[in-house]
Design a protein around this ligand. Structure first.
Ligand code: CDP
Ligand code: MG
Length: 141
């Protein structure tokens, strides 16, 4: 069965540009539910672990510098088909290729500084949620 939860992150660029509230509004207007939220600044170690799948890629070190450059907001979202719907609302990784009206098109400025993160599959969603949230921070479902 499709996992009903996903992990979203409002990245440091979007907080710096004052777009976090607008992104939260997109989520609320979409009908997805915000189950939990935390604001924090990642350490380099945490960012490296979170993005471990990209280790060795040419953009890895700069991605870690970006993700540790300021606070993030991590959110647990739920709803029908949440993983795919959140990725659709975000748009393509590169804002230039993202569809009109998507978050990355509206608030991203480059393939790196793209405003938000979303899990890509049920298993990664489970792992990513557990990375940032303890069981007691999440409502029972
Ligand atoms: O975030 P998404 O799953 O759409 O893309 P990804 O391929 O998993 O890449 C993770 C993150 O790395 C992106 O969201 C960008 O912030 C960053 N990235 C980058 O800095 N340079 C690239 N050429 C590709 C991705
Ligand atoms: Mg990804």
């Amino acid at each position: 069965m499709q996992s009903i939860r996903t992990l979203a992150i409002i990245k440091p660029d979007a907080l710096r540009s004052g777009d976090a509230g607008k992104i939260l509004t997109v989520i609320e207007d979409s009908g997805l539910t915000i189950e939990a939220a935390r604001m924090f600044r990642l350490t380099r170690e945490q960012a490296g672990e979170f993005y471990g799948v990209h280790k060795g890629k040419p953009f890895y070190e700069e991605l870690l510098s970006f993700m540790t450059s300021g606070p993030c907001i991590a959110l647990v979202l739920s709803g029908e088909n949440t993983i795919a719907r959140w990725r659709e609302l975000m748009g393509a990784t590169d804002p230039e290729k993202a569809a009109e009206g998507t978050i990355r098109k509206l608030y991203g400025t480059s393939v790196r500084f793209n405003a938000c993160h979303g899990s890509d599959a049920p298993e990664t969603a489970r792992q990513e949620i557990a990375f940032f949230f303890s069981g007691s921070e999440l409502p029972e479902n």
